[in-house]
Design a protein around this ligand. Structure first.
Ligand SMILES: Cc1cc2nc3c(=O)[nH]c(=O)nc-3n(C[C@H](O)[C@H](O)[C@H](O)COP(=O)(O)OP(=O)(O)OC[C@H]3O[C@@H](n4cnc5c(N)ncnc54)[C@H](O)[C@@H]3O)c2cc1C
Length: 599
């Protein structure tokens, strides 16, 4: 095993991890960034629309209005101190990104271009605001590449294509190291440090149909659970109504805007039953729920009756080619069908994880002991992996890119002060847990490896269970039991199915030989994390007996502020659920009291 020592170790090289790393490296903190993919392949690269800031370049704007919109969008579950902080910092942080070299699109005046997005308003809900700063439709790409280049300049140390496995405590129960697997060589590395930051992004891979990258498996959340710490608000997942069925890539609302119609297996244009006035152009949550009902009631299309169709075949082919070329491209590439001649199979697609690792304003990870919340001294979390919570029960488009840079910078500033205070622990480490995991998958490898390392394909047994099959079943179970629409019996019925998967995961062998790129071993470690998040999600969703934001309970259709204006906390030990109050007191202004959420 190789060993190294740093002041700070950051797990994750997306926008969040890179913004934090830059801050630390600039102030001469010896910082290492561990990423399971090359940094510029992190999911931040896929963000298109933009980043919110009340610059007021196109129409009058104010951070206070942005704050109100974010709180209302969160269905009042967001913490108002964190939301105020984020919205106030937004203007300055976008300018800073510009100075880092992000090539924002421009207005004729030369100022940064901004576009209107859903849920944005002027004067606290009166009229549409124009707040989303964009670099064409490649904003995440531009931000991620600029931050990576800045990091190269200041000498941040990168461990690329390293899979972080676990946080390791010393004998005084302080986090003192992490273990990682060099994916290419199969070697393990022990990285000791004083401060640790988790920036491992989202976990959309928990659901069969999602818009996320394959790498979004919630590894940081799994590590936190195994360290005995809680996750917060894991029942809240944002679903976009029209993803490609079984694959998930987004088919933009533009397709319906141009006249596309959603149809069930009977060919019925069913949206008129759910939204007689606006039909297919109802808001995202309404359309997602309608699709879920059609499938649940047996009117889904295909052999498994598990998707519905977006029909563009009645539209002018020339119009499709000129106005919807990107959508036609996606359909041709991922379904093999030309939407000019045949409908696109679609399904609501899991897009964003509102829950995550609970933190305070400075990104310090929180836990609850003896009824009290308290912050860990040297463990931080930021970005989609964290729940600070600025998105509450529903995230507004353009607020996630903002979240990752604002809290990336803030957490690093806080760590910087702490790093000056202490040095890394050199006490003996508690290695049992991580060693067990390593040995488990090492054994699974050797059980399956043939005596003389026959190449990969020769080991494959068609009837054997596999990591791939278990992951597929997990994704299908989560979609069936905890999709857009939830109720107690269906949620509860998902739990024994997860138990069965856990048993299969204990017995399964790996088909890689240790001689090749260690992809299946990586997937095994990832699947352990995803399964842990499956439990967290089902238990949290069962506990919350109300409908709020993205969490839609058929058996409790109303929002219940009396009983449920609070965050859920999930601990993996005995699947215990606890809670944490919502902070309704901002930093400098009056709080916004919960009101019915109508647009
Ligand atoms: C298709 C799509 C479009 C989007 N569009 C927008 C938009 O227009 N505006 C907006 O505000 N938001 C958008 N979002 C959301 C936003 O892009 C993400 O929430 C945000 O970029 C997440 O950044 P992050 O740094 O937290 O994580 P990521 O960018 O996902 O980075 C995670 C990092 O963690 C590393 N990692 C994970 N696990 C491990 C491990 N075990 N070991 C080592 N490294 C690990 C990965 O290698 C990666 O470097 C979009 C999301 C998607 C999927």
């Amino acid at each position: 095993m190789k060993q190294a020592q740093f002041d700070a170790v950051i797990i994750g090289a997306g926008g969040a991890g890179l913004r934090a790393a830059l801050q630390l490296a600039q102030s001469n903190v010896k910082v290492a960034v561990v990423s399971k993919v090359f940094p510029t392949r992190s999911h931040t690269v896929a963000a298109q629309g933009g980043i919110n800031a009340a610059l007021g370049n196109v129409s009058e704007d104010n951070w206070h209005w942005h704050m109100f919109d974010t709180i209302k969008g969160s269905d009042y579950l967001g913490d108002q101190d964190a939301i105020e902080f984020m919205c106030r910092e937004a203007v300055e942080i976008v300018r800073e990104l510009e100075h880092f070299g992000v090539p924002f699109s421009r207005l004729d005046s030369g100022k940064i271009y901004q576009r209107p997005f859903g849920g944005q308003s002027q004067h606290f809900g009166e009229s549409q605001a124009t707040r989303t700063c964009a670099a064409a439709d490649r904003t995440g790409h531009a931000i991620l590449h600029s931050l990576y280049q800045q990091n190269l300049q200041v000498g941040t140390h990168f461990f690329n294509e390293h899979l972080a496995l676990d946080l390791i405590k010393d004998e005084q129960h302080q986090i003192a190291a992490i273990m990682s697997l060099d994916i290419q060589t199969g070697e393990y590395h022990l990285l000791r440090a004083n401060q640790f930051l988790i920036a491992t992004g989202g976990a959309g891979q928990l659901f069969r149909t999602n818009t996320n990258a394959m790498i979004n498996t919630g590894d940081g959340l799994g590590m936190v659970l195994r360290a005995g710490l809680p996750l917060m608000d894991m029942e809240f997942w944002q679903f976009h109504p029209t993803g490609v069925a079984g694959k998930g890539m987004l088919i933009s609302e533009g397709a319906r805007g141009e006249g596309g119609v959603l149809r069930n297996a009977q060919g019925e244009a069913f949206m008129q039953r759910y939204a007689p006035k606006v039909k297919d152009l109802a808001s995202r949550d309404v359309v997602s729920r309608a699709i879920a009902i059609e499938i649940q009631q047996g009117r889904g299309c295909g052999e498994h009756k598990d998707y519905i169709e977006l029909d563009l075949t009645h539209l002018d082919p020339e119009m499709i080619k000129t106005r919807l070329p990107g959508i036609r491209d996606i359909s041709l590439t991922f379904t093999g069908q030309d939407p000019i001649n045949s409908p696109i199979p679609i399904h609501p697609s899991c897009h964003y994880m509102m829950g995550g690792i609970p933190t305070n304003l400075h990104g310090q990870v929180l836990t609850k002991q003896d009824g009290q919340m308290h912050a860990l001294p040297n463990l931080y979390a930021i970005g989609e992996a964290a729940c600070v919570s600025v998105h509450g029960a529903n995230r507004l488009g353009g607020n996630s890119l903002l979240d990752i840079v604002v809290f990336g910078r803030e957490a690093a500033r806080h760590m910087q002060q702490q790093t000056q205070l202490g040095s890394a622990s050199d006490l003996p480490l508690q290695m049992q847990q991580v060693e067990q995991r390593i040995h488990k998958w090492q054994r699974a490898l050797s059980n399956n490896a043939s005596p003389n390392n026959t190449p990969l394909s020769a080991n494959i047994n068609d009837n054997a269970d596999s990591i791939y099959l278990i992951k597929q079943d997990l994704q299908r179970i989560m979609e069936q039991h905890c999709g857009v629409f939830r109720d107690a019996p269906n949620l509860a019925a998902g739990l024994p199915k997860l138990d069965a998967l856990a048993e299969r995961l204990n017995k399964v062998g790996l088909e890689d030989s240790a001689q090749v790129f260690n992809l299946e071993r990586v997937q095994a470690f990832e699947l352990e994390n995803l399964l842990a998040l499956g439990y967290a999600t089902l238990h949290s969703a069962l506990s919350r007996q109300e409908s709020r934001g993205a969490h839609s309970r058929v058996d409790f259709p109303e929002r219940d502020d009396q009983a449920w204006l609070k965050h859920t906390l999930y601990f993996s030990e005995n699947h215990r659920i606890d809670d944490k109050p919502v902070n309704l007191s901002p930093l400098t202004v009056d709080g916004f009291k919960p009101k019915p959420r109508v647009y």
